[in-house]
Structure formats: structure tokens, C-alpha cells
Design a protein around this ligand. Structure first.
Ligand code: FUC
Length: 765
């Protein structure tokens, strides 16, 4: 076991939060590693409850003018009442994600004894989980993987016991409830058949086949039984009617193909596939403690006591990349609130897609950390949201374009979610998501991608050309909306949520309109539309500074009901947006600092994702000390024993936001330059990162020493201008070792590059 790259335990998992996750985008498993009884809690990304519906409130449009009038007149109670009645969806909730069930293995170790030398480890460098122990002096080993190329979870069991392996396997799903049919199939396979979308008959099937070396395999009742085998491979797959008209036939075909291969071949293909993504980025921090003796929860506890463990920080960073590869691959659904891992029939917030921060955060590391393919499932979901979003736009608001509120689900539902005033009536979900299309383009400069994506971005922007209204002083504002998910207090003590023109909305729209303008220009398309967009953009309210010196959260400088609120929506412009920065808008950046300090002084950052966002904010404020302090707080206060993020309960966004934040401390490229080591904390005296991506199609390696840049390598995939920001004197050379023609302007170096160029940067002695 490579302990520096592993999350490992000295015991089986006592709870789900100690189990180890595997996944191939579609199939997920949480491995408990019990000695006598192994439990693998399973998921398939499309196993959700219920089918698609039209939930748009038919009375929305007729009451919209009245809601807007009440808001402008400051009649909050009436506005809230009418919004709740007329804008809430019917019914008010979208669909929810389900556990697929469990695989249970009952082991027979032949005689009395107990397990010794037990370890259970997830190696994030090869995406393998291993459980090993000895029993009566004999070695037992289970290795588990979720293969993307072979569409299976494969479990390999081995022993050197002369009588071999004996065990039986069956399905479970919440103590046998929620299982329509658990049965044997032939002499070596068991199957679970269920309905989930509410149609007649089963629409979801899970299948397991045992392939043994020696011994016997048989099926009894709902069990597959193995006796005295030298080694066994269990192959597991699942399918639903979301993708296949005949899920059972699909499972059979997948297992037939996999069973024709040896375990070694499945394993080798899996590792090669996984490493083709994972190996693109490496991170080493100087003070990486030798992790040999301490298990992961022991390391976490030590960090909780105040010990420094930079190796754990690097592992946490890579674990985020592991999780994205495991829960979001081309062809899968995007990572939901729990990635793909959920053991419940009614999970927190339905384990769906909350798109007022959480789903977006899941994808923050995708581009910077070299996993652009893993971003694709999100793009596909955005595409699927267009049709329902068009319908919602016209039925609820009488607008063109497409719109989504603060959640979506497997069916790409765009109608409002819940009846919860601080969140439900926010019409910005699609607009924000579309910025992910633009970001993908900024990183890859893939023109073919942009041609398709532009249409989608444009349709999201079009909605707002119709939806925005004048606020009485010439500004264009959203109405109704909310600043997710905070409440304001009026001078008379009345508190409210629904409002017009919250800061976040204008910041998102400025970003979206600008993206559409630049994309349109690049594609030489839609001059007239661009003119309209540019007009509208000039009328959006500017981000303002309020009476505390903070970024104002609403159009009026209201007091916040919860000054320590977990959402910090009005700093969208700082991160992930670009309109607030120390370099270009120093006053706003100073106000953003005040906002963060106020949130934190009032108990902010108490959920994992909120803490992760705070890391990114401080990194963008170029404050490495604060950013690192919150990385440590994330580990101390919001991380479970298996390194899953703890909202609480488990929610995966904090893992992804944490990984993105660490990358953001080392490299930024959202403004006009590639900034090397923008927020390096003092404690990271030495280190090296390889393979981070910068906008403009660049790949960047950086090494530092004494808290300063030592050398960097920048690879250009496109011809153009490369502008670098470095805070030390450097020498810049090309691949032949010749000094490159560089224009210097303070900390900025500008040079012209051709596709394929490699630039070497070294600190001057
Ligand atoms: C938003 C957040 C909650 C939680 C939920 C899934 O509503 O305010 O903290 O993350 O999404």
C-alpha cells in the first residue's frame, strides 16, 4: 500500500462515514470491509424515484405583475404570500435519488479464529480498494474496483488457505424492504429487479455473477454460493430504463463481456483508464509527514489537535480529483449532492442538484485540475434543461429563453423546488450553470464546443432580456428573486427574503452577458442580439459598498438577518466570477474582505461547502494565510473519517470546493494573466505542483522553495499571447534553452507563443 496516496483504516467501517467509495461515474460502491460480513452499499446514477412531470404553477404568470408591484411598494407580507401561492411548483418537490441496495458477502473462514493484521485502504493513485487480514495464519485479500471501460464493479477475493474461499452473497436494500424481486439466475448469478420510476414492471436491474478458480459455485434461493475456491471474481453491474429499454438484457450483456476477460485484464484496463486522468496532476508539499503508521482518521484527529500535516492536505486535494473521476464520467449523470454515493431512500435534500451553489462547486476543480472530460455530464444536463426550461420561462413568466430555479433533478426539472422563501423563487440556476460552458471554453479554446455552447448560453441570456424590469431609476433588475438563502431586515424590523435586483443576480448576469458578447464576437454571430445584450448589461446595477464597508448583498443596504450566513452569494463576483479583484477593483476587493470577516465573526463557514467557498474567496483575495487557515478548518471541522465532506451530514461539494481552493492558491488565470503562486501560505515553504490548467489552453508546472517560485514550466496548446504574473525576478527560456522574447511590465511578463511551445521560467539566483 502506498500510504501517502491512500485513505486507510485499521478496522472495518463501523458506519457509512468510514466506508470507502469507489465509482465509475454510473456505478458507485461504499466498502465497509467487514471480516465475517462484507457490505458494499451500491448506487447506480439513474436509480431515482418517480418519472418526469410538468410542475409549473399555472397561475404564476397572471399574478406576476401583482407580485412585482407589491415588492416595489415594499408590501413584503403580501408579496411573500402571493409568491408562495402563485410561484411555488405543483407539487412543490422534484424527484429524489435512491440507494440501489447492498451486496452482502457472508464469509466462512472455516473454524474458530479471528482476523489479524487487518487493513482497509483506498489507493487514490490507482482507484483500488483493498481489504486484507490474516485468519489462523492464512492470508485473505479482497480487492475492489469500479471499471469505466468494463461497466462493472469487480471484486476479487483471494486466500492462501488450503481449503480455499467459502462464502455466499445476496442483495439487501433497507432490510429487504424496497426489493421487488431478488432471485437466482442460472447457477452462478443473482439478480435484483425493481421498479423506481413508477411505471408498470421493473425499470431497474442489478446483477452479480461469480467466477471462481477451482471450488464450486451454485445458487440457492436468492444466494450465490461459493465453496472452496482458490480465488473468486465477482462481477456486478446495474442498468435502468433511463438509458436502456431492456435493463436486464443490458446487464446480461455487460456481465457476459466482463466474464470473458480475466480479472487481471479488467484490473489493468481499469488502472490504465483511471491513470490517464488522475496522473495529469501531482502535488507535493514539503512537510509531507511520513504517513506510515497513522491511519487516515488518526491523521485527521492529529490535525484537529493542531498538528500540521501537509501530506494530508495533498491527499485531500487528490481525493477531490479521485471523487470527480469516480462520480462524473462522459455518459454518466453529473455528480449530485452526494456524488453518486447514497445509502438512503430519502436522502438529505434528495441528493439531487442544488444549483444555487452546490452543483457548481462540484465542478470547480474540473478545469483547473485537469479533468475537463469529467465536466461533460454537467454540460449534458444543461442541454437537457433547455426544453423544460423554455416551458418554465413561458408558462411562469411569459418570457423567451430558458430558465431554472435553485434545483434540478434526473429529469432536468426547472420549476421551483420547495416552498421555502429564502431559496425557492430564485430564477438564476440556468444562467449560472451556463457559465460553466464558457469556462470550459476559456480553458480549452475548443471552437467546436463553443459553437454548440453559445446557443445554450444565448438562450439563457435571452430569458433575462425579457425578464428584467426597470427599477424606477433606469436600472434593470430581476424581480422577484432572492439572495440565496439569506433574509434581510428592514429599518422597521420587518424581515424579508423576496426582493428585486439582489447583488448576486446582477453579478451573474454581467458575467453571462459578457460571456455571450465575447462568444458571439468570436463566432461572428448575432450582431443585433449582442447590441441588445450590451445595452442591458450597461443598465445592470453595479456592485455597491454598504454602511459597514461590506459588499452590499441587496440593492438596498439592508441589514442581514443572519450576518454569519453560510451563503455568501454577493461575493460571486470575487469567486467564481471575475468582477471583484484586488488587481482591478481594489475598493470592492477590500469590501469583500470586510464581508468575509463579518460572516466569519458571526459564526460563518459552519457547513463544509461554505468553508470550501471561503478558501476560494481568500485565495482570490491573494491571502494565502487565510486561505490555508480555512483549509485546515475544513479538515478539522467538516471532514468525516473517510475524508468525505461533512455538511453535516455528508455532502460532496466541500470536497470539490476544497480541492478547487487548493488549486486556486497555487495558480489563477481568471483575469488577464496566469498568476503563479498567488496565495502561497508561509507554511508551504517548499513544494511542487504539476499539470494544473490555466485559461487560454495552458498547462502549468510550478516548483517553489523558501516560499518563492523556483521554476515553472508552461505548455501552450494554442498560439497566442501568454501573460504571466510572477512575484520574483525570473529568466524565461524556450525549449532550446534560448532566452525568450519577453515584454516586462511590473510583475507581468508577456510573450507570444505558438501551439506546442514549452516555456521554462526560473528564479534568478
Ligand atoms: C442549499 C444550502 C444548504 C445545503 C443544500 C443542499 O440549500 O443552503 O446548506 O447545502 O443546499
Amino acid at each position: 500500500m502506498n500510504k501517502n496516496q491512500s485513505i486507510w483504516f485499521k478496522q472495518p467501517a463501523a458506519s457509512w462515514n468510514e466506508a470507502l467509495p469507489i465509482g465509475n461515474g454510473r456505478l458507485g460502491g461504499m466498502i465497509f470491509g467487514g471480516v465475517d460480513k462484507e457490505r458494499i452499499q451500491l448506487n447506480e446514477d439513474t436509480v431515482w424515484y418517480g418519472g418526469p412531470r410538468d410542475r409549473n404553477n399555472p397561475d404564476a404568470l397572471k399574478h406576476l405583475p401583482e407580485i412585482r408591484r407589491l415588492l416595489f411598494e415594499g408590501k413584503l407580507k403580501e408579496a411573500h404570500r402571493l409568491t408562495e401561492l402563485a410561484l411555488s411548483a405543483t407539487p412543490n418537490s422534484q424527484r429524489h435519488y435512491l440507494t440501489a441496495g447492498d451486496l452482502i458477502l457472508k464469509m466462512d473462514h472455516r473454524g474458530k479464529g479471528k482476523a489479524e493484521h487487518y487493513t482497509r485502504a483506498l489507493d487514490v493513485a490507482s482507484a483500488l480498494v483493498t481489504v486484507s487480514y490474516t485468519w489462523g495464519g492464512y492470508r485473505y485479500k479482497r480487492e475492489m474496483l469500479a471499471s469505466y471501460p468494463d461497466h462493472v464493479i469487480a471484486i476479487r477475493l483471494e486466500t492462501d488457505h488450503p481449503q480455499g474461499l467459502s462464502f455466499y452473497a445476496r442483495w439487501e436494500r433497507v432490510s429487504g424492504k424496497f426489493m421487488d424481486e431478488a432471485a437466482k439466475k442460472g447457477s452462478d448469478t443473482i439478480v435484483l429487479r425493481n421498479s423506481c420510476y413508477g411505471s408498470d414492471g421493473e425499470d431497474y436491474v442489478m446483477m452479480l455473477q461469480a467466477v471462481a478458480d477451482g471450488g464450486t459455485v451454485s445458487t440457492v434461493g436468492e444466494h450465490v454460493v461459493v465453496e472452496g475456491a482458490g480465488a473468486v471474481t465477482l462481477l456486478l453491474t446495474a442498468a435502468t430504463k433511463f438509458r436502456y429499454s431492456d435493463p436486464e438484457a443490458e446487464c446480461e450483456a455487460v456481465l457476459r463481456r466482463a466474464a470473458a476477460k480475466s480479472y487481471e485484464d479488467i484490473r489493468a484496463a481499469h488502472i490504465a483508464d483511471y491513470r490517464s486522468l488522475y496522473d495529469r496532476v501531482a502535488l507535493q508539499l514539503a512537510d509531507a509527514k511520513e504517513a506510515a503508521e497513522r491511519s487516515t482518521p488518526e491523521r485527521l484527529e492529529a490535525v484537529g489537535r493542531g498538528e500540521e500535516d501537509q501530506g494530508l492536505v495533498a491527499l485531500y486535494f487528490q481525493f477531490g480529483r479521485y471523487l470527480l473521476i469516480a462520480s462524473s464520467r462522459p455518459g454518466s449523470l453529473p455528480a449530485n449532492l452526494q456524488g453518486i454515493w447514497n445509502d438512503s431512500m430519502s436522502p438529505p435534500w434528495d441528493s439531487k442538484y442544488t444549483i444555487n451553489i452546490n452543483t457548481q462547486m462540484n465542478y470547480w476543480p474540473a478545469e483547473t485540475c485537469g479533468l475537463p472530460e469529467c465536466h461533460e455530464p454537467l454540460f449534458e444536463l444543461i442541454e437537457r434543461m433547455r426544453e423544460p426550461g423554455r416551458h418554465t420561462a413561458s408558462v411562469m413568466y411569459g418570457c423567451r429563453g430558458f430558465v431554472a430555479h435553485h434545483n434540478t433533478d434526473i429529469w432536468a426539472d426547472t420549476a421551483p423546488q420547495d416552498i421555502y422563501l429564502p431559496a425557492t423563487y430564485w430564477p438564476m440556476g440556468a444562467a449560472w450553470l451556463c457559465l460553466h460552458l464558457w469556462e470550459h471554453y476559456r480553458f480549452t479554446l475548443d471552437d467546436a464546443f463553443l459553437r454548440k455552447a453559445y446557443d445554450t448560453m444565448k438562450e439563457a441570456a435571452l430569458f433575462f432580456l425579457d425578464f428584467l424590469i426597470e427599477d424606477g431609476s433606469g436600472r434593470l433588475v430581476t424581480s422577484p428573486s432572492v439572495s440565496p438563502e439569506n433574509c434581510y431586515v428592514l429599518p422597521n424590523g420587518e424581515s424579508g427574503t423576496i426582493c428585486f435586483g439582489p447583488t448576486m443576480d446582477s453579478q451573474i448576469l454581467r458575467e453571462l452577458f459578457t460571456a455571450c458578447l465575447e462568444a458571439g464576437q468570436r463566432l461572428d454571430a448575432d450582431a443585433a442580439f449582442r447590441e441588445q445584450l450590451s445595452q442591458a448589461r450597461s443598465k445592470l446595477p453595479e456592485t455597491a459598498i454598504g454602511k459597514h464597508g461590506q459588499i452590499q448583498e441587496w440593492l438596498e443596504d439592508y441589514e442581514e438577518k443572519e450576518p454569519g450566513h453560510r451563503h455568501i452569494s454577493h461575493l460571486f463576483g470575487l469567486h467564481p466570477g471575475t468582477s471583484i479583484s484586488p488587481a482591478q477593483t481594489p475598493e470592492l476587493a477590500a469590501a469583500a474582505r470586510v464581508t468575509l470577516e463579518r460572516r466569519l465573526a458571526n459564526g460563518g463557514g459552519h457547513t463544509g461547502w461554505s468553508r470550501a467557498w471561503i478558501i476560494n474567496f481568500w485565495a482570490r483575495l491573494l491571502d494565502g494565510e487565510e486561505a490555508y487557515r480555512h483549509v485546515k478548518e475544513l479538515l478539522r471541522k467538516s471532514t468525516l473519517p473517510n475524508l468525505f465532506d461533512n455538511h453535516p451530514p455528508f455532502q460532496i461539494d466541500g470536497n470539490f470546493g476544497g480541492t478547487a481552493g487548493i488549486a486556486e492558491m497555487l495558480l489563477q488565470s481568471h483575469l488577464d494573466a496566469i498568476h503563479l503562486l498567488p496565495a502561497l501560505p508561509k507554511a508551504w515553504t517548499r513544494g511542487e505542483v504539476r499539470g494544473l490548467r490555466a485559461r487560454g489552453g495552458f498547462e502549468v508546472d510550478i516548483a517553489w522553495e523558501d516560499g518563492m517560485l523556483l521554476r515553472a514550466v508552461v505548455k501552450a496548446s494554442h498560439s497566442g499571447v501568454c501573460r504571466l504574473r510572477v512575484n520574483v525576478e525570473v529568466r524565461v527560456q524556450d525549449a532550446e534553452g534560448k532566452d525568450a522574447a519577453v515584454q516586462r511590465d511590473g510583475a507581468d511578463l508577456t510573450l507570444t507563443v505558438r501551439a506546442g511551445d514549452v516555456i521554462y521560467i526560473a528564479r534568478k539566483a
